[in-house]
Design a protein. Structure first.
Length: 77
């Protein structure tokens, strides 16, 4: 089965703002159009990651917040 992402960041156990800061750092090293999968159990991530994508010009490909860990797929803009 093919995966839908190019890199993965496990940010479980980290609290706001660390998951977003680590995602920003990881995306900086990726090429435009590549997808980063982020796993986190931080409740603030539900608000933080969509806002981060809007502010930084990245695309939210998919998200799942119905169970822990939350999963976000972010396409670098």
């Amino acid at each position: 089965m093919d995966q839908d992402w190019d890199a993965e960041l496990d940010a479980t156990g980290l609290q706001c703002p660390l998951p977003v800061l680590k995602a920003r750092r990881r995306l900086r090293d990726m090429s435009e159009g590549q997808v980063l999968r982020i796993l986190t159990d931080d409740p603030a991530a539900v608000v933080d990651f969509p806002h981060f994508c809007d502010e930084q010009g990245h695309g939210m490909v998919k998200y799942c917040t119905s169970a822990l860990p939350f999963e976000f797929l972010v396409r670098k803009g």
